[in-house]
Design a protein around this ligand. Structure first.
Ligand code: ADP
Ligand code: MG
Length: 746
């Protein structure tokens, strides 16, 4: 290669505006799609391919199939029917003809000219009159159109990209300005001029394990597959080229997470002493025999706590699996070692509930427990803060405002975040960071509590507090590996004994009378019931009214002789607490509520839950709600009431609820229905956004990526030399921001 050619050569880092045919204006359009560099552009993958090697003969088409046909435009025109304008075009191959129709397509009026070559892709259907086959609403591309090509020479080159091969189909960009055809031409040009030397950032041993092809080859093949490539593999992203690109993306994600884990482990933490005293203390408070799962999980937590680096552990356990007691056990270990524990819940109601159970279970043993939430009076708050700063309070329970308000701890050793599913991942990262900062600032500044014994101060300087996050959302493994890949994970996969499975039924609105009869029967038998209304934020006012209205009706008309109470988000903390306490004590028979009860509330005598407009709730939410019942020995019933038209997804959600109570199965389906970004309720949840990988499709590659990343970071050794690790880490850092998006890391 002559030196004169070098400036023409494109590197992956080259900005797209220097690519021939792009320039600053189009670069801006691409920028809006997140395409800034040649690398980004080459990762703009086709979403499907068309087999134009052997285009189909019109005469061999069959009704019902998807087909690509290349043919010549014969006639076209717009027809107006009574209902809508229909555009019709007839294409031909020799003597065979094929009718194509598009509904409401006035815009196609001047699009086709007789004699043009077109590629058509769509579903073959039997025409209404006389059995003639036709394509309905096909996607099309005019192959021999000279209007959007600049020079004649270029046009020839370009049109050879359109036929006689497997052709990549891209999503258009810039409101249709950048057509699939445009992408084809540009990307083809980029690949021709791409620097032949792309170093592979993946260490050789990993490449070997997965038989990965080189990055340059992968980029070429994924856009312009060789003629022999399996068309089926292409369509499902399973060619060697796809696998290489997907694995690469997942590998660097896992490498980043693994690195983070290692960094956390390298920090100084507190090595709690797990002596007999702590063991005895735990045994003494246990109100029941722990399940095998609870024992195993406690062991995992305790062994983390003993180690001299900070614990970062996620405890996953379906609703009702008994996480609270595990959290209390961990708290005892910290308290027996002379440390304070902060336990944070997502809502005030839950914080209060934890506070009551903590007092019930721990106070007799002499632990000093305080509740610090927003609704506590100012004077009382000040007093509580003083107790915390002086180290009198040992277990501090509150909402996550605890951390945000910079409460000063004398000697914080353990932070427990009862996340349920309310905290997004973003919040979790923030919380963890803050809890860590909190611990550090305690330790290093030592400003709190004059007169604190010196021994305590030096102990406080010993290291960062341990962090235990608890979640009731069963997280499909693929998500856990990506979202929580930096945490160690414990799973409570066993329910406490004596539970009878919940019976779930869906019943249409118009049978409400029967439902209320059923509720009445169970209350008469001494049980309690929940009636839940959806309150969706955008329509909060109306929905709230519906709940209020329903409460009135149920309490005045349907159940005038029963105690029916109302719980919703607009009540003050005190009011909520009152209602909840009465319900807990059995002084309320029926609790009409919005979804504020969805997390954590624990009343074993409540055995019936009626969910109104169940079709409007998300699957995870329905599952959470249902978790409020089935907590005692008596059989429980969940009634999903539906009204009006239900979407297809709604049907699948309701179906899943009736079919199973297994949280993991429900989570898998939820992930499938909503996609990873929505899984946690918001797009801002900090899901990594992938260019080519798809967490649902690519689980196996993700597992492999995690395994390989861990092995690489265990080096350097004879398999992975240091320079390969360094190169991989450099690559990971430069690509980090892109993949992790909003998540703040490090
Ligand atoms: P969650 O995991 O949803 O937070 P909880 O900790 O609230 O679940 O526990 C649910 C219920 O099960 C509580 O009433 C709790 O006292 C009870 N429970 C927990 N562990 C056991 C056990 N090992 N044996 C009997 N009951 C238990
Ligand atoms: Mg709980």
């Amino acid at each position: 290669m002559s030196p004169a050619n070098i400036p023409e050569m494109l590197e992956l880092t080259t900005s797209v505006q220097y690519v021939k045919g792009i320039g600053p204006r189009l670069a801006e359009v691409l920028g809006a799609k997140g395409i800034h560099t040649v690398d980004d552009l080459l990762h703009y993958l086709p979403f499907r391919y068309e087999d134009r090697v052997n285009p189909r003969g019109i005469s061999e088409l069959r009704a019902g199939e998807m087909a690509t046909v290349i043919a010549e435009v014969r006639t076209s025109g717009l027809f107006r029917t009574r209902r809508m304008p229909i555009f019709q075009m007839t294409a031909g191959q020799g003597r065979s003809r094929l009718k194509c129709i598009w509904f409401n397509a006035t815009y196609l009026r001047d699009r086709f000219k007789p004699g043009q070559l077109v590629a058509l892709y769509g579903k073959v259907e039997q025409g209404r009159s006389g059995g003639e086959l036709q394509l309905v609403q096909p996607q099309f591309e005019i192959l021999g159109d000279s209007s959007d090509e600049a020079e004649g020479g270029e046009q020839k080159a370009a049109s050879s990209l359109e036929v006689g091969r497997i052709v990549p189909i891209y999503e258009s960009a810039g409101q249709g300005r950048l057509t699939p055809r445009w992408f084809r031409r540009i990307i083809h040009g980029v690949l021709e001029n791409l620097s032949p030397q792309l170093t592979d950032p993946i260490p050789a041993v990993v490449r070997g394990h997965l038989s990965l092809i080189s990055p340059r080859e992968a980029l070429r093949q994924v856009h312009w597959p060789d003629p022999g490539e399996s068309f089926q593999d292409l369509q499902v992203s399973r060619t060697p080229a796809h696998i290489r690109l997907i694995f690469e993306e997942l590998f660097f994600l896992e490498l980043g997470l693994e690195l983070k884990r290692r960094e956390q482990k390298a920090q100084t933490g507190i090595a709690f002493n797990l002596d007999n005293r702590a063991r005895e203390a735990i045994k003494k408070i246990l109100p029941f025999h722990p399940t095998a799962a609870q024992k195993r999980v406690l062991k995992e937590i305790a062994s983390d706590m003993e180690k001299p680096f900070p614990m970062r552990r996620l405890l996953q356990g379906d609703v009702g699996s008994g996480k609270t007691i595990v959290a209390f056990e961990a708290a005892i270990i910290a308290m027996e070692n002379g440390y304070q524990v902060a336990l944070m819940a997502p809502t005030e109601i839950l914080a209060q509930q934890h506070y009551f159970s903590a007092r019930r279970i721990l106070e007799n043993a002499g632990y000093r427990i305080v509740l610090l939430t927003g609704s506590v009076e100012e004077d009382r708050k000040r007093e509580i803060r003083r107790h915390i700063a002086q180290g009198n309070a040992q277990l501090i329970i509150g909402t996550h405002a605890l951390i945000e308000q910079k409460v000063e701890f004398a000697k914080l050793g353990l932070v427990i975040v009862d996340e349920q599913h309310r905290f997004g991942v973003m919040q979790r990262f923030k919380l963890m960071k803050k809890s860590a900062d909190e611990g550090t600032s305690n330790g290093h500044t030592g400003t709190a509590a004059p007169g604190r014994p010196a021994e305590q101060r030096s102990a406080a300087a010993a290291g960062e507090p341990d962090v235990l996050v608890m979640t009731a959302t069963p997280i499909p493994r693929t998500l856990a590996l990506t979202l929580y890949g930096d945490l160690d994970i414990s799973i409570l996969d066993e329910m406490p004994p004596g539970r009878t499975p919940i019976v779930t039924r869906r019943i249409s609105d118009d049978r409400a009378d029967e439902v209320w009869q059923f509720v009445g029967k169970h209350v008469a038998a001494g049980h309690q019931a929940y009636v839940v209304y959806p309150v969706i934020e955008e329509n909060e006012e109306n929905e709230l009214k519906a709940a209020l209205q329903m409460h009135k009706e149920l309490s005045k008309k349907t159940f005038p002789h029963l105690r029916v109470e109302l719980l919703h988000g607009r009540l003050s903390g005190d009011q909520k607490e009152d209602v909840m306490r009465c319900f807990q004590k059995g002084e309320v028979d029926i609790l009409v509520s919005t979804t504020v009860i969805e997390v954590g509330v624990d009343v074993a005598n409540a055995t019936v839950m009626v969910i109104e407009h169940a079709e409007r709730f998300g699957l995870a939410q329905l599952h959470q709600l249902r978790g409020r019942i089935g907590r005692g020995a008596a059989k429980s019933f969940c009634i999903l009431m539906t009204g009006g038209k239900i979407s297809e997804d709604g049907e699948r959600r309701l179906d899943a609820m009736v079919r199973t109570t297994d949280g993991f199965q429900i989570a898998e389906l939820d992930l499938e229905l909503r996609g990873p970004g929505e899984f946690f309720g918001t797009r801002q949840a900090g899901m990594p956004s992938f260019q080519v990988a798809n967490l649902i499709r690519d689980r196996q590659l993700l597992e492999a990526a995690k395994r390989e990343a861990a092995a690489v970071l265990a080096g350097p050794n004879e398999k992975v030399p240091k320079e390969e690790i360094d190169r991989a880490l450099r690559h990971m850092r430069t690509h980090w921001q892109k993949t992790y998006g909003l998540v703040e890391v490090g």
